[in-house]
Design a protein around this ligand. Sequence first.
Ligand SMILES: [Zn+2]
Ligand SMILES: [Zn+2]
Length: 259
Amino acid sequence: MTLTFLGTADSKGVPRFWCACLVCQEARMGGTNRRRRTAMLLRGEGQTVLLDAGGDLHTQLAGLPEPLVPDAVLISHAHNDHILGLGDLLDFERYEGGKLPIYAPPSVIPQLAGRFGYAFRKGSPVSPLPPEGLQIAGFRLRLFEVPHGANGQSHAYRLDRPSFRAALVTDAIDIPDRVAQEWLTDLALLVLGTSFADESASEQAGRSVYDIREALALPWARAARRVVLTHLSHAVDVRQVELPEGWSFAHDGLSLDLK
Ligand SMILES: [Zn+2]
Ligand SMILES: [Zn+2]
């Protein structure tokens, strides 16, 4: 069972197309900081689930060595960097007559309908994810609500199977203790979004994702057996930041064994 990162960037991607900073220049030359927007593949027991579908999805799927039609697609929240690739998936349904089970939390579906109105005209192609989640790819897969700062609410993924628990929290900040207690304890793996290294100098009001400095201080992150940081903007040069033991940066194409 594996989790593969197809994209590990924040909402702007790295390089930002307009930016000439050193990290964006290194990324432009094909360096280690080149990152696409969020999408992940969960594989197990012969099934593949796509978790989020950012604006780089076509390139990400077309770049796989084999054709892929996921067995299910889950969407965490309706931000462009997590859903713009849905257009390609909905086209697959329409033009190939394919069946693609797409799920999102009930509160997210009206926002998707607003964005992809043409695809919702004959009924919703997106089903509400039941609270008990899906049993797929060897896991019980659920979404739980997390605060997304100035951006309102998002959702994070929880993966369970006997003796293994993981949480994928790409877009969150200020998670209350009661949520952490319910969803983020005893984790074998925590994937955590940290868009910047240190945003303490910037306006608190505009914040929406943890920075690395905050992540390192979170008790539930420190308690996880393994922490992988993702959703990284051009302000994180992965060559420059030292992380403690058990912590690492994700990169596009990284595959983790889930055990
Ligand atoms: Zn995001
Ligand atoms: Zn977001």
